[in-house]
Design a protein around this ligand. Structure first.
Ligand SMILES: Nc1ncnc2c1ncn2[C@@H]1O[C@H](COP(=O)(O)OP(=O)(O)OP(=O)(O)O)[C@@H](O)[C@H]1O
Ligand SMILES: [Mg+2]
Length: 363
C-alpha cells in the first residue's frame, strides 16, 4: 500500500495543505510545534477513524473554524482509493471512501493499514495493562471486523452491567437483581469472542516477535509473549457467576477480558516488572516491528509506517534495526533535524520542511 497524496483544510495549525508522497522514504522535518505530528495524525485518522492522541474531533478543527477536511489518496494493490473525512464542530464526523459515505466508522477499519510509531509506544511494556489491551484492540480492529463488533457490544454491556451493580447497592429488589442474568448472558457471549480472537492473534504474533527480538539482541535474548487472560472461554460463565457477590460489593465487573494483559518475558524474566529500561524499550521496538510483519502476512500487502520522532529516542544500534526493517515499505518520518538520517545513508526519496503549518519541498 502506498500513500500518494494528502490534502488538509482547517486541520489544527494548517489552513490548507497539499502534499505528495514518494513510494519509499519521506521525511518531514522542522522545529517543534510546526505541524509535523499533525500531518501524521491526519493520516492515522484515515485508517483508525480517530486521533492517536485521543483528541476530540472538535479539538482537531483549526481554532476559530467550524469544520475541517482530510483527503487522502492511496494505492492499495494498485487500486486507487480516496478517503475523505469531514469533521464538524457540532455534528458527528462524515467519512467517505471513493465518495461513498460510510454508515459506521468501523467500516473504515482495514481499508488502509497505517502503523504509527511514536515515542510513547516505547513505554508500552513499562506502562500498565490498559496500554497493552489498547494495543490488542487497535490491532485486532484493523484486522478483523467480527472483533470490532464483539468489542463494541462487550463494552456497551459492561457499562450497563456496572451501572446496574452500582444501583444494586441501594436497591436490591429481586426484579433488579434478575436483570443481571440478562447482562451476564450477553457479556459472556461477546467476551468469549474477544478472548478467542486475542488467543489467535497472540499465537500468530509469538514466533514473529521472538525471531525479531533475537535478531535485535544479537542472539542473546529470547523474548516470549504470553496472553495473560483474566478468564478463559471455558470458565468465563462460571467465573462471572462466582464473582457476582464480590462484583456487587465492589460495584464493578471483576472478571472478563477487560482485565486481560500481555506478558513479556526475556529469558524467563517478566520484563514488565524486572526489565531494564533498555530491555523494555527494545521489547517495545520488537513489538512494533512484528506488527509490520504480521500485517504483511495477514493482508498480503505492505502497511505504511509513520515514524513520529522516534529515531532520536533510539540508540544507533536500534536505529539501524528499525531502518533495516523498513527498507521495502513506504515510510513517513518526522524529525527536528535531518543530519542523523543522512549520516545513516538512508535512501531518502523526499524531504519537506515544515514551518508554521506549511510544507516546502527541499529535495
Ligand atoms: N485545533 C488547533 N488549531 C490551531 N492550531 C492547533 C490546533 N491544535 C494544535 N495546534 C497547533 O499545532 C502545533 C503543534 O503541531 P504538532 O504537534 O504537529 O507539532 P510538531 O511539529 O510535531 O512539534 P514537535 O517537534 O514538538 O513534536 C502547535 O503550534 C499547536 O498550537
Ligand atoms: Mg511532534
Amino acid at each position: 500500500m502506498i500513500i500518494k497524496s494528502l490534502s488538509l483544510e482547517n486541520y489544527r495549525n494548517y489552513d490548507h495543505l497539499d502534499i505528495d508522497f514518494k513510494d519509499k522514504t519521506n521525511i518531514l522535518y522542522g522545529d517543534n510545534a510546526q505541524g509535523k505530528t499533525n500531518i501524521l495524525e491526519s493520516i492515522y485518522m484515515c485508517s483508525h477513524g480517530k486521533s492517536h492522541r485521543n483528541s476530540k474531533d472538535k479539538e482537531i478543527i483549526k481554532i476559530g473554524k467550524n469544520e475541517c477536511h482530510i483527503k487522502l489518496d492511496i494505492l492499495k494493490k494498485d487500486i486507487p482509493y480516496r478517503i475523505d473525512i469531514h469533521l464538524r464542530k457540532s455534528k458527528t464526523k462524515g467519512i467517505a471512501i471513493n465518495r461513498m459515505p460510510l454508515k459506521k466508522i468501523s467500516e473504515l477499519f482495514g481499508i488502509a493499514n497505517f502503523i504509527l510509531f511514536s515515542p510513547e509506544d516505547l513505554n508500552i511494556i513499562k506502562n500498565g495493562p490498559s496500554e497493552r489491551r489498547k494495543f490488542l484492540n487497535i490491532e485486532l480492529c484493523m484486522l478483523n471486523s467480527l472483533y470490532v463488533n464483539s468489542l463494541i457490544n462487550y463494552n456497551k454491556v459492561l457499562n450497563q452491567r456496572n451501572t446496574l451493580l452500582k444501583e444494586l447497592r441501594f436497591n436490591d429488589s429481586k426484579e433488579l437483581y434478575d436483570t443481571l442474568d440478562i447482562w451476564d448472558e450477553q457479556l459472556i457471549k461477546f467476551g468469549k469472542d474477544i478472548i478467542r480472537e486475542r488467543e489467535k492473534f497472540i499465537v500468530q504474533l509469538k514466533p514473529i516477535i521472538e525471531s525479531i527480538h533475537k535478531n535485535i539482541s544479537g542472539g542473546k535474548e529470547n523474548l516470549n509473549i504470553e496472553y495473560e487472560k483474566n478468564t478463559s472461554v471455558e470458565s468465563f460463565e462460571k467465573d462471572i457467576k462466582q464473582s457476582r457477590k464480590k462484583d456487587i460489593q465492589y460495584k464493578m465487573t471483576l472478571k472478563g477480558p477487560h482485565r486481560d494483559d500481555i506478558g513479556f518475558y526475556i529469558n524467563g524474566l517478566d520484563i514488565r516488572k524486572y526489565g531494564s529500561q533498555g530491555q523494555q524499550r527494545s521489547g517495545a521496538l520488537s513489538l512494533k516491528l512484528s506488527e509490520i510483519e504480521l500485517i504483511k502476512k495477514l493482508t498480503n500487502d505492505n502497511p505504511v509506517l509513520l515514524l513520529d520522532d522516534v529515531m532520536s529516542e533510539l540508540d544507533s544500534k536500534r536505529q539501524n534495526n528499525l531502518l533495516e526493517s523498513i527498507n521495502d515499505i513506504q515510510t513517513i518520518i518526522t524529525c527536528t533535524g535531518i543530519d542523523d538520517l543522512i549520516n545513516k545513508r538512508l535512501k531518502i526519496d523526499n524531504i519537506y520542511k515544515i514551518v508554521q503549518g506549511t510544507a516546502k519541498i527541499v529535495v
